[in-house]
Design a protein around this ligand. Sequence first.
Ligand code: XMP
Length: 317
Amino acid sequence: DWTPDSFIETTIAELKAKLGDDKVVLGLSGGVDSSVAAVLLHQAIGKNLHCIFVDNGLLRKDEYQSVLDSYQHMGLNIKGIDAKQRFYDALAGVSDPEKKRKAIGRVFIEVFDDAAHEVQGVSWLGQGTIYPDVIESVSVKGPSATIKSHHNVGGLPDFMKLKVVEPLNTLFKDEVRRVGKALGIDPNILGRHPFPGPGLAIRILGDVTPEKVEILQQADAIYINNLRSGGVYDKVWQAGAIYLPVQSVGVMGDERTYENVICLRAVESLDGMTADWCHLPYDLLAKISNEIINNVKGINRVVYDISSKPPATIEWE
Ligand code: XMP
C-alpha cells in the first residue's frame, strides 16, 4: 500500500543508488513541488544538492526573503540570486501577455544557466515535476511552454543538457503534500495557493514597472493577510490581487483623486482547469477594500471579480 513513509523510504534509496556522489542542481520556486523534491534529494545526497532560488522581482511582498530563510532553516544548500533588475529591464515597455511570459522565461533561463555553471562538475538537473505535468494535462501556459519557445531561438542552454532527475513524477498533488508533511516541511509552504511562474507580471495588465509591482505587492499582502486572519485562506484554492491599468475619479478629504483600480480574485477549483469564484463574506471584502484604499498610495477603488472559468480564466493575462 502507498503511504508517504514508504514512498520516502524507497525514493531516498533509489536516489542514492542512482546518483551516488554526483551533483544535482535544482531551481526552487517557493512552491510545494520544488520544495518537496528538494528535501527528498537533500535527504538522499546532502550537500551534493545545489539549490538555486531566483528573485525575479515579481514575487509577493517579502516572499523572497521569507522563503529563502525557511529553506535555509531546512538545511538546504541554497543560493539566492537577486536578478530583479534583469527581469524589469527585459519587461520594460512590454505589454502583450505572451511576450511578457517569453521575456521572463528567457531571463530565467539565462540567470539559472549562469548559476548552474558555478556548480563545478554538476551532472544532473533536479525537477519537481509531478504526474499531471508528465501527462501534460496542465496549463498550456506553464513554464515548459516558455522553455519550449526558447529552444527555437539559440539552441539549448547548458543546464538543459544535464540528465534529469524527477523524484515526484509518479505523484499527484495531494500525495506530494502528504509526502511534504511527512518530511516535516513548513505547513506555510505546503498549504500555499498556486502561484504562476511569471508571478505578478501577469497580474499587472499591460506593461510592468517596479512602481506598479510595489503597489500590487502592498495590495496583495493586505488581501492575503486578511484571508488568513479571516480564516478563509485554506478554503480558497487560489487568490490574488490584480493591478488594472484603469484610472477612475475618487475623493480623498477635499481633494479629487484620479488613481488606479485593484481587482481581487479568489477561486475554488480542483485542478485549475475549471474554477468558480468564491463567495467571500461581504464584511471581509469591506475590510480588505478599506485597508487597501486607505493604505496603498495610487489606489482609490477596489473591485471583486465574479467570473468563473470557463469562459474567464483564473489569471487576467
Ligand atoms: P488560467 O489563467 O489559465 O490559470 O485559468 C490556471 C492556473 O495556471 C496558472 N498559470 C500559470 N502558471 N505559468 C505558470 O506557472 C504561467 O504562465 C501561468 N499562467 C497561468 C494560474 O495561476 C492558475 O493556477
